[in-house]
Design a protein around this ligand. Structure first.
Ligand code: C5P
Length: 243
């Protein structure tokens, strides 16, 4: 998967209103290729916010983590394609049939419309989940067992990659090989505060471990000069890719 460094830096648009989102995109689009629009911003602003990012030269990672019956997820995914997003995700816990149906409908839509097919990612086990969380829902397996298992399920269904903790990259690479995207949040450059992230990795370590793209929010948004912070992270990504 050949990608420019800028496309590997995804800024989390963790704001609750349109104009704040617009300010971030205007400020950062030189150094940031993709902007992650999640449940809060999308529920507040809707598809308009996707269009706003695109109009300002950015691409969108639509982070809505679909999880429903196969037909419903597939239809929602086709709507995401119509918005022209570059990337979107579902919960792999929705199962193989849900993911296969989604891939089939997205492929059919993109072929018929001539739209580029978005990168389709699956969430394996949320990093907020522990062994206890899994036991509570009747899964008597460890997180370390479930993450590669679900990643492989997503890959076999035709998905392009997963969203995962940088700590899980090795397990996923071993299960899914090199041609599989791994998008990682929980990344902290050495110049930034930890915030509420506990198990963090630097951009260099995440890329060197095999992450294909990084989701970064506060290390950029809380910096005195956010564009410069994004520039430093971009430089770090380029160096790690070259090394
Ligand atoms: O500000 P920060 O860099 O921590 O933001 C990371 C983004 O990635 C947020 O949008 C957060 O919701 C998301 N995320 C995360 N950890 C996960 C999954 C998603 O921080 N395990």
């Amino acid at each position: 998967m050949k990608q420019e460094a800028k496309e590997r830096l995804i800024f989390a648009l963790d704001v609750d209103d349109f104009s704040a989102a617009e300010n971030w995109v205007e400020q950062l689009h030189e150094n940031v290729g993709l902007f992650k629009v999640g449940k809060q911003l999308f529920t507040r602003c809707g598809p308009e916010v996707v269009k706003m990012v695109q109009d300002r030269g950015g691409d969108v990672f639509l982070d809505l983590k679909y999880h429903d019956i196969p037909n419903t997820v597939a239809k929602a995914a086709v709507e995401a394609c119509k918005l022209g997003v570059k990337m979107f995700n579902v919960h792999a816990l929705g199962g193989a049939e849900m993911m296969r149906t989604t891939v089939a409908e997205v492929n059919a839509y993109c072929e018929a419309s001539g739209n580029a097919r978005p990168t389709m990612l699956a969430v394996t086990i949320l990093t907020s989940s522990t062994a206890e969380t899994l036991a509570g829902i009747g899964i008597d397996r460890s997180v370390e067992e479930m993450v590669p298992r679900l990643a492989k399920l997503a890959q076999d269904a035709g998905f392009d990659g997963v969203v995962a903790s940088p700590k899980e990259v090795g397990l996923i690479r071993a299960a899914c090989g090199d041609d599989f995207a791994i998008v990682t949040p929980g990344v902290r450059p050495t110049f930034a505060a930890m915030d509420d992230q506990k198990r963090v990795t630097t951009p260099t370590d995440a890329i060197s471990a095999g992450a294909t793209a990084l989701v970064i929010g506060r290390p950029i948004s809380a910096a005195k000069d956010p564009l410069a912070a994004a520039g430093k992270i971009l430089a770090e990504i380029k160096t790690a890719l070259a090394g």
